[in-house]
Design a protein around this ligand. Structure first.
Ligand code: IPD
Ligand code: CA
Ligand code: CA
Length: 272
């Protein structure tokens, strides 16, 4: 556990970096910006790069010897950072496709891993000015107020959320069957286009559960801790403990977890 002073510096700097990244995104939102393709459907915009640059600059100024893992690759570890136990894991714009279409749902996500454990998570939605934050063992907050998962007991009364990986057309191991199975049993299923916000919305009870396949560490590093600290149960589809390097995530309010594990197991059972 970091000392109280270190915790405060980590927290304040992460908030400062998320706000700086969010300001850049807000400024470029719904403007004409450069868009490039990383794959057939996977985009990167000048907003992703500009937000990443300012997030990294803000963190590195305070922590020159820490390591960095950022989605757009804008952070090379410095010589002094080799062997550091601190790693910042950054998605400067989670919701790039939304952003590129001027659809107002996206965020900045910053997680801090210390000795392999996520110790701090900050997710900032700059349009709604919502700052989700969690520190290990200290609960989760939204704009400074404690948040908790919902109390919905049954899947049939639950609102779920999910997403689809960019290779959904090419890879048969995709989320389409799960989407069908869950849609037939839940009250509703949404697809917002920002996995980090999806997890934060489970944390504050707007959704009762979230599942997705093939996410990257930067999608979940911060929001995994936020959800966990708000009381969520977070596992893989087989109910084994989740970590951010796994390829399946199921996060629920706990009460509907068993039902969700059953439903996400349906495809595997029918196709051995
Ligand atoms: C994506 C979003 C989306 C999820 C994709 C992610 P990006 O991240 O989180 O909700 O379904 O799997 O890759 O590309 O917008 O940072
Ligand atoms: Ca992402
Ligand atoms: Ca991104």
């Amino acid at each position: 556990m970091p000392s109280k002073t270190d915790q405060r510096i980590f927290r304040d700097t992460a908030i400062k970096a998320a706000k700086a990244g969010g300001k850049v995104l807000r400024g470029l939102f719904a403007k004409e910006i450069r868009i490039e393709y990383k794959g057939e459907r996977n985009l990167v915009t000048e907003a992703d790069r500009a937000a990443e640059a300012i997030v990294i600059r803000t963190l590195r100024k305070q922590f020159p010897d820490h390591r960095f893992l950022a989605e757009e690759g804008g952070a090379q570890d410095s010589a002094g950072s080799v062997g550091s136990v601190h790693k910042w894991i950054i998605d400067p714009l989670d919701g790039t496709t939304n952003f590129a279409h001027s659809y107002p749902t996206f965020c900045v996500s910053i997680g801090l891993e210390i000795r392999g454990e996520i110790a701090l998570g900050v997710v900032y939605d700059p349009l709604r000015e919502e700052m989700f934050l969690a520190e290990e063992g200290r609960g989760a907050t939204l704009n400074g107020r404690p948040i908790h998962v919902s109390k919905t007991e049954k899947l049939k009364a639950s609102l779920l959320v999910t997403g689809f990986a960019y290779d959904v057309r090419e890879d048969l191991t995709n989320n389409l069957d799960h989407f069908t199975h869950v849609s037939l049993r839940a009250q509703g299923v949404r697809r917002t286009g920002s996995a980090a916000l999806d997890l934060c919305y489970v944390a504050c009870g707007r959704f009762d559960g979230f599942w997705e396949m093939k996410l990257a560490p930067w999608d979940t590093a911060a929001a995994f801790l936020i959800a966990t600290e708000a009381g969520a149960t977070v596992t893989d589809f087989n109910n084994r403990p989740y970590n951010i390097y796994l390829k399946e995530i199921l996060a629920t309010n706990g009460r509907i977890h068993r039902e969700m594990v059953e439903v996400l197991g349906l495809k595997r059972r029918s196709r051995p």
